[in-house]
Design a binder for this molecule. Structure first.
Ligand SMILES: [Zn+2]
Length: 229
């Protein structure tokens, strides 16, 4: 059983790394943002509560976020473990988590703000098929045209410099300090997130002393190639 939390500022590539890790070690990638989206799309009672709170102009309070995460983990569909992504985001949530669950490590993907800002500003999505491009690292063959479906490439509306900086302030103000809480328990491994995705993955596995599983290595390479965009 391997239970991990993955942390890093938005755009650090933690989702990609979580997926690569889960694929090879049969872990479940629990992305809390996806869990919330599932509630909204499924019109659950929880979604109705969240909608009422947000309609009143309030942020979803910690106890509700914690309830959603607890309910998700209580499904126990993770026989070999999980990688939790997007939680905890502040001190209260971190204390709740440590009281309720034991984990093996916190994987901290460390990328300087300026690198993330550059990445996000150069990010483009295909308006038709949703494929991800980067104008520096993963350019389309024709300018702003999707290689696969010839759709137009667009910037994500929430990737404006102001929005990116606001999310970063939130991360550094509330989320980064909880790394210290986990460090006191000697749970944190920090990884240089500016390296190519396959190298980052190798480093994560080295620092966690995870043995390369007996599966075909081409799968990890294919995922890494797909994730590079
Ligand atoms: Zn496309």
């Amino acid at each position: 059983m391997q239970k991990f939390i993955i942390m890093g500022v938005q755009g650090c590539g933690k989702g990609t790394q979580a997926k690569m890790l889960c694929q090879d070690f049969d872990l479940v990638h629990i992305c809390v943002g996806d869990v919330f989206r599932w509630h909204i799309q499924s019109h659950t009672k929880m979604a109705a509560r969240i909608n009422r709170i947000m309609a009143a102009g309030n942020l979803v309070p910690d106890d509700i976020v914690e309830e959603v995460v607890k309910a998700r983990l209580d499904l126990h569909d993770w026989n070999f473990g999980f990688v939790l992504d997007g939680f905890p985001r502040n001190h209260h949530q971190a204390e709740f988590f440590l009281e309720s669950y034991d984990i093996d490590a916190v994987i901290h993907i460390d990328v300087p703000d300026e690198v993330v800002i550059e990445r996000l500003q150069n990010r483009r999505l295909c308006s038709r098929c949703g494929l991800d491009y980067n104008l520096i690292y993963c350019r389309p063959a024709a300018n702003l045209v999707c290689d696969v479906c010839k759709g137009a490439l667009i910037a994500r509306f929430d990737d404006t410099p102001e929005a990116v900086r606001s999310r970063m302030r939130d991360y550094h103000g509330k989320t980064a300090p909880i790394l210290d809480l986990f460090r006191k328990k000697e749970l944190v491994i920090s990884i240089d997130g500016t390296a190519p995705p396959p190298d980052i993955q190798t480093e994560i596995r080295r620092k966690l002393s995870l043995k390369v599983p007996p599966k075909s290595p081409s799968k990890a390479q294919a995922m890494a190639a797909a994730a590079a965009g």
